[in-house]
Design a protein around this ligand. Structure first.
Ligand SMILES: Nc1ccn([C@@H]2O[C@H](COP(=O)(O)OP(=O)(O)OP(=O)(O)O)[C@@H](O)[C@H]2O)c(=O)n1
Ligand SMILES: C[C@](O)(CO)[C@H](O)COP(=O)(O)O
Length: 230
């Protein structure tokens, strides 16, 4: 039986680096909350049979209201998350019953259908896949005194994005083991990697930005204007 794809959209962060009073996922881009822009891209995919939005416990009700306002209530359930991104993703995974899962940051609204499909296809063939772009700058490792200790070969460095795609049962197990071991990762693939899973990198786009710091908002407004013109 094809139980299809589930999607976990995480939007339970505080957005400290953005520095706004309102959490960044709820800021408006062309009058629409950022997380709604994100959800709409996944909701348009036939292969997605279940979707959960993970948000702060205090924001569940207003997110449900937004979801209704944008007529997405048949496509997405809203649940409370946890202290760190990893805890929020874990809550989302436990709420799904699909065979496969895509995990995506609610604050990456410029994801598109082709990139998601590319990630899904690679996961079904290789077991797990993440979207990424080759790094453009030279990367240096720097010690606590501010002195360069190494310059890794750039040709093997990629900047990792979301979505990240996995078989749900494998990722859930990786999350349970990380929890047991007190391991905290900065993305989902790290948890799978530590269980020996092979993760395929799929080349995405430099415009699939994570809205993190204030200048990202200006760039996002610029990108959105371009999208509307097409
Ligand atoms: N406890 C948390 C922390 C983060 N996230 C989500 O994970 C994504 C990526 O995290 P990040 O950009 O770090 O968001 P914040 O934690 O909100 O930002 P900051 O680290 O600046 O506070 C965001 O969609 C964020 O809402 C989450 O669901 N639960
Ligand atoms: C998952 C992620 O978006 C991949 O780039 C990123 O690692 C999230 O990290 P953050 O520290 O929560 O911004």
């Amino acid at each position: 039986m094809d139980k299809g794809w589930g999607v976990v959209i995480v939007a339970a962060g505080r957005g400290t680096r953005m520095g706004t009073t309102e959490s960044k996922q709820f800021l408006l881009l062309q009058d629409k909350p950022i997380f709604i822009h994100t959800i709409e891209v996944f909701a348009a995919l036939d292969k997605v049979s279940e979707m959960v939005l993970v948000t702060g416990a205090a924001d569940v009700e207003r997110c449900q209201d937004w979801v209704k306002e944008y007529r997405l209530e048949s496509r997405v359930r809203v649940i409370p998350g946890g202290k760190e991104r990893q805890h929020s993703v874990h809550e989302g995974l436990k709420a799904l019953g699909t065979e496969w899962v895509l995990v995506h940051d609610g604050v990456r609204p410029f994801i598109n259908r082709e990139q998601i499909m590319g990630c899904m296809k690679a996961a079904m063939s290789d077991g797990a896949a993440v979207l990424a772009v080759p790094v453009k700058d030279t990367i240096k490792q720097v010690n606590a005194e501010g002195i360069v200790t190494a310059t890794p070969d750039r040709s093997s460095l990629w900047s990792i994005q979301t979505p990240q795609a996995f078989r749900l049962s494998s990722l859930l197990l990786a999350y349970e083991l990380a929890d047991r071991d007190g391991f905290l990762g900065t993305d989902d693939a790290m948890l799978a990697e530590r269980q020996g899973m092979s993760v395929r990198v799929v080349e995405g786009s430099y415009t699939n930005i994570k809205l993190t710091t204030p200048e990202d908002l200006e760039y996002a407004a610029f990108l959105l204007k371009g999208e509307k013109k097409r």
